[in-house]
Design a binder for this molecule. Structure first.
Ligand code: NDP
Ligand code: OXD
Length: 304
């Protein structure tokens, strides 16, 4: 059985050892390669940044296993008729929790005031406690729910919002309005779909409390950039910390780079970690071979 990795060559160094090891642990005999005759390939491990775009010749392939959590670059590919699984990796989740908690604490505690204090101003104002700082997470999936749990563990009152009803979570248009109205810190962890594009626009930004902070480790297209810049200019949004952008790398003349109340991080919020991700991939290959349902199967109509 042949599994082929389509990803940046640098990733091969990690997966060429981790994947065979994980497959052996899962009791699956598979050959892992970076090149193969398409007609001979059983599974494709795929980074959406890979040049592979035509899946039609992969007639025997039982699944395409994405190394990324976000699948917007591949989900509408008309040549992809094979099942598509997205990445849910404990290592990636851990990284996202750390990024979200770190940036939430930065803004909650007002750390910048003390880190950058050229006038040596002695300002003894204490920040409020976390329990007094409502946070909203839009997107309560694998990543959003883990971030919400970690923030709740620090006593932040967290409101979650998702597409479908879930216990303790808001949904729908009215739910979105309610979730935004209290969000002193707003975290975007939605996938990019036609329904979520520009979800943060002039109208929804206006629903946030004055001075709210926006953290976007989801996807750049979730935000109407002009509307966010206008809200930053007016002071309605106090700060935006952005990890993802419509165009990446973010062009050097983009106003986000020079805006004093925008922090740009270069799509590093969370990375798929080969050691743990290889085990997720191996489990899906084991399932495929055993005729069991795949984990983390993408709903192609829903788009995530
Ligand atoms: P999941 O699919 O597990 O979760 C997505 C969540 O978004 C679900 O709660 C889903 O609702 C909700 N959602 C989807 N569409 C809508 C909608 N129209 N209205 C309301 N809620 C909606 O994804 P992950 O948590 O694994 O990942 C989220 C995103 O994070 C990825 O798609 C990717 O874009 C981004 N990401 C960014 C990284 C980075 O380094 N910056 C790294 C990894 C991921 P429901 O639960 O009802 O289905
Ligand atoms: C992902 C990402 O989707 O890195 O996994 O953004």
């Amino acid at each position: 059985m042949t599994t082929v990795l389509f990803a940046a060559p640098a990733l091969w160094a990690e997966y060429e050892t981790e994947l065979p090891k994980a497959l052996a642990e899962a009791g699956v005999a598979a050959h892992v390669v970076t090149m193969a005759d398409p007609a001979e390939v059983d599974y494709i491990v795929y980074a959406p940044s890979s040049p592979l775009q035509d899946f039609a010749p992969y007639v025997r392939t039982k699944a395409v296993l994405s190394l990324w959590a976000g699948v917007e670059r591949i989900v509408n590919n008309p040549t992809l008729t094979q099942p598509l699984c997205r990445m849910v990796d404990p290592g990636l989740t851990e990284g996202m929790v750390e990024w979200v908690v770190g940036h939430t604490l930065r803004h909650h505690l007002g750390m910048d005031r003390h880190i950058v204090n050229p006038g040596h101003i002695w300002d003894p104002t204490c920040p409020p406690l976390a329990r007094e700082r409502p946070v909203t997470v839009l997107g309560m999936g694998a990543l959003g729910s883990a971030c919400a749990a970690a923030l709740r563990g620090l006593n932040f009152p967290v409101t979650g919002w998702s597409r479908t009803p879930k216990p303790g979570c808001l949904h729908g248009e009215a739910g979105l309005r309610q979730a935004l109205a209290t969000a002193q810190i707003l975290v975007l962890l939605l996938p990019k779909t036609p329904q979520t594009e520009n979800i943060l626009n002039a109208e929804t930004l206006a629903l946030l409390p004055h001075g709210a902070v926006v953290l976007n480790p989801g996807r750049g297209a979730l935000i109407d950039d002009a509307a966010l810049l206008a809200a930053l200019e007016s002071g309605h949004v106090g700060h935006a910390t952005l990890d993802v952008f419509r165009v990446e790398p973010l062009p050097s003349d983009h106003p986000y780079w020079s805006h004093p109340r925008v922090t740009v991080t270069p799509h590093i919020a969370a990375d798929t970690r080969a050691h743990s991700a290889a085990r997720v991939i191996a489990e899906n290959i084991r399932r495929g071979e055993a005729g069991e349902p795949f984990l983390h199967l993408v709903d192609r109509v829903r788009g995530y």
